[in-house]
Structures are given as C-alpha cells and as structure tokens.
Design a binder for this molecule. Structure first.
Ligand SMILES: CC(C)c1onc(-c2c(Cl)cccc2Cl)c1COc1ccc2cc(-c3cccc(C(=O)O)c3)sc2c1
Length: 231
C-alpha cells in the first residue's frame, strides 16, 4: 500500500532537522582538529575538547525534540547520560564516513587511532564506522536516528518507561516511512538502520576504553566526568 507521511509527521521531521542543523560544534573547536600537531597527548586533549563540545550540542539538540521537555526531569537526565556515547558514535561516524564537507575525515581517524586507546577497541569501532558509511543516510535519517537513540526507554534509572517508549515509537514510525520513501530500491534499509543496535556493544567497549584511559592517568572535563560517571 502507498506509504504516506502525515502533516504532523512532516512537521516533526522539520522540527528535528532544524534542531539538528542548528546545534553544531563551533568551527573554532573542530578547526583545531586540522591544525594542532600530532601526539598521543595532543590527540587525546583535542578529542576530549570536541567530545565536551559535542555533549553541550547534544543537550541543546535534545531540548528541541518535541515532547522531550514534557518528560520527567530526572528521566531527561537519565536519557542524556544513557545515550551520549551512542549519539557521539553516530556524530563522529558522519564525519568519518565523509558525510561532512569539513575535510576532517582523515585527520579525525588519525587522531582517534593515536589517542592512547587500546588496540582491541579499534576494530569494532572502525567496523561500525564502515557500516555507517555504507548506509548513505540522509540528513533527516541521521537526525531521526540520533533522536531515537536518545529516546531509548531502557536506559538506567529511567522511571516513566512508557512515556519515553511512546515518544520513541512516534519517531520510529516516521523513520520507517522515510526509509521506504527515500530508499525505495532497498526495502531492507530500515532493518539495516535497526542493526545499529551494535551501538550498544560499542557503548560497552567505551566504558572499558574510559577505564584504560583513566588508568593511564588521562584527565576528562567535568562535563564528561558527570555524563560518563567517571572519577
Ligand atoms: C573524551 C574523548 C577522548 C573521547 O572518549 N571517547 C570518545 C569517542 C570516540 Cl574516540 C569515538 C566515538 C565516540 C566517543 Cl564518545 C571520545 C571522542 O569523542 C568524540 C565525540 C564526538 C565527536 C565529534 C567530532 C567532530 C569532528 C569534526 C567535525 C564535527 C562536526 O560535527 O562538524 C564533529 S570528533 C568527536 C569525538
């Protein structure tokens, strides 16, 4: 049967896309990735700076997700803490899969590979980046996928599970229709997007990455310590 996007769903896509485009890491932060010299310390510091800026951007973006601010306040925090790593994998994946004209791709890959991270995380991380690159997501799909990741009901300490689930379901319905309309040649496309739940295993790896950095006495910013419960 014909897939129709309703007026409300179109308004939802417009609001989420506008928020996604409006909240970006400032140029002066991302420009440093291109300029500063290379060393494990410098790379780690730059990645920490960009990640911190990305969290600030993520908080602003999340506040513009229709319905998010009407959730219980503690649940809003729990959703942000629970999804930050996954949202940042998605964002850095856009950069690494040459989706961004900014020319950061090679530089970012180099700095991530040489940031003092244990080798064992490189393979799963760059496999994920490769699978994202092969999806050729549109801007709307990226924005909606980030929104759906943030609105995952089963994060630690979320109390009103149903309220979050209802919001996420609304967004999933829109994304499902978008995928059919924007990738008619690939009926499995939405299912492939769903397989990004491998994001969760990356989240698990990331917790170990943080520990390995910490044991090597790497410092994080107060915001990252708060959102990742480190220190
Ligand atoms: C604290 C730090 C050492 C760290 O710990 N774990 C991770 C991580 C790593 Cl490695 C990989 C995945 C996820 C995480 Cl969370 C990080 C670095 O995380 C980030 C987070 C966001 C972004 C956005 C970027 C970016 C570049 C150019 C342009 C743009 C743009 O949006 O224009 C964005 S780079 C970048 C690096």
């Amino acid at each position: 049967e014909k897939v129709e996007i309703t007026k409300e769903q179109r308004a939802l896509i417009k609001a989420i896309l506008a928020a996604y485009d409006r909240h970006q890491i400032p140029q002066d932060v991302t420009k440093k990735l291109l300029q500063e010299q290379y060393s494990a310390e410098e790379n780690f510091l730059l990645l920490t700076e960009v990640a911190t800026s990305q969290v600030q951007v993520l908080v602003e973006f999340t506040k513009n997700i229709p319905g998010f601010l009407s959730l219980d306040r503690e649940d809003q925090i729990a959703l942000l803490k629970g999804s930050a790593v996954e949202a940042m994998f998605l964002r850095s994946a856009q950069v690494l899969s040459k989706k961004m004209p900014s020319g950061h791709t090679e530089v970012l890959e180099e700095r991530i590979r040489k940031s003092g991270m244990s080798e064992e995380f490189m393979t799963p991380m760059f496999n994920f980046y490769k699978s994202i690159g092969e999806l050729h997501m549109t801007q709307e799909e990226q924005a909606l996928l980030t929104t759906i990741t943030i609105l995952t009901p089963d994060r630690p300490y979320v109390k009103s599970h149903e309220a979050v689930e209802r919001l996420q379901e609304t967004m999933l319905n829109v994304l499902r229709k978008l995928c059919v309309l924007q990738h008619p040649q690939e009926p499995q496309y939405f299912a492939r997007l769903g397989r990004l739940t491998e994001l969760r295993t990356l989240h698990h790896y990331h917790a170990e990455m943080l520990t390995s950095w910490k044991t090597n006495d790497h410092k994080f910013t107060p915001l990252l310590c708060e959102i990742w419960d480190v220190q």
